[in-house]
Design a protein around this ligand. Structure first.
Ligand SMILES: C[S@@+](CC[C@H](N)C(=O)[O-])C[C@H]1O[C@@H](n2cnc3c(N)ncnc32)[C@H](O)[C@@H]1O
Length: 256
């Protein structure tokens, strides 16, 4: 699909959804007057992140005192089924990230309530749900519909049916979803950010998520090398964060 057709298709799909008009306004500002915002401070943050990054395995041992190797064998069947579902999915989204980091964060925090932004196929959701199911906990997720690809019904596609009873999926932009989620549940054991990658979008959500994270809970943000929002947030709040290097990208994680 050419870029212009994709943009037009997305725009028309937005027009059909009045509940998404606030996000449409924000997207127009983001892609016009605020264009530079996506990469603000990127260079500074990449050298900061590369100088301190450790592997996912090391971070799990350091922060949670856990060995991450049993995860793949313990859940090999469900992971295999989810991979098959991803392959069969007619639309293409991003693949799995650092699943162990999410799973062992939930285990460490004895999580009953987890909030995440950004679902796509649902790989991060699956990792949290595999832990939450043991405590009959709840995952609250926020994701925008995949308007350009008619992919609305495929958000969370790899999450098995039996785990869906522990899952509340909010289908709005974060600025609308998060207030609804916090009205439903105030305090969380783990928060995972993986949605709007702009500098301003991140800073807004980081502050919101941090406020609703309990002391001793785990904060995770994906793709922190896109711009300096995560580094700036941690420095301004005197947070000592761990940085994980995973498949060429950086993930930030700390215990509050
Ligand atoms: C990288 S993907 C998430 C991947 C997922 N966490 C995983 O591990 O499989 C990013 C997702 O964020 C969603 N997204 C982007 N901007 C958003 C916003 N402002 N509000 C809510 N969701 C948003 C996109 O629709 C997309 O599904």
């Amino acid at each position: 699909m050419s870029e212009i057709v994709r943009v037009l298709k997305t725009f028309v799909a937005y027009l059909k959804r009045p509940d998404l008009y606030p996000e449409l306004g924000r997207k127009i500002v983001k892609n016009t007057v605020n264009r530079g915002n996506a990469f603000k401070g990127k260079e500074k943050t990449n050298s900061w992140a590369s100088s301190r990054s450790i592997s996912q395995q090391e971070a799990i041992a350091k922060l949670f005192g856990a060995d991450s190797s049993p995860f793949r064998s313990a859940f090999s069947d469900v992971l295999k089924q989810s991979e098959q579902k991803e392959r069969a999915c007619p639309i293409k989204m991003g693949g799995p990230g650092a699943l162990e980091l999410i799973y062992y964060s939930c285990e460490f925090a004895n999580a009953k309530n987890v909030v995440e932004t950004g679902v796509a196929y649902g790989w991060s959701s699956l990792a949290a749900l595999l832990s939450l199911e043991k405590r009959e906990g709840t995952l609250y997720s926020s994701d925008m519909p995949y308007l350009a690809q008619d992919g609305d019904q495929y958000v969370g596609f790899v999450v098995p049916e039996n785990l869906k009873r522990f899952w509340k999926l909010f289908r709005f932009a974060d600025k609308e979803s998060l207030p609804k989620i916090f009205a439903d549940n105030e305090t969380f054991d783990v928060v995972h950010y993986d949605s709007d990658k702009s500098y301003n979008g991140r800073l807004w959500a980081y502050h919101e998520l941090y406020k609703h994270l309990r002391k001793g809970g785990v904060f995770i943000s994906d793709d922190i090398g896109d711009n300096s929002a995560y580094q700036d947030f941690c420095e301004a709040s005197a947070i000592d964060t761990v940085v994980v290097e995973y498949e060429g990208k950086y993930i930030g994680v700390f215990v509050k």
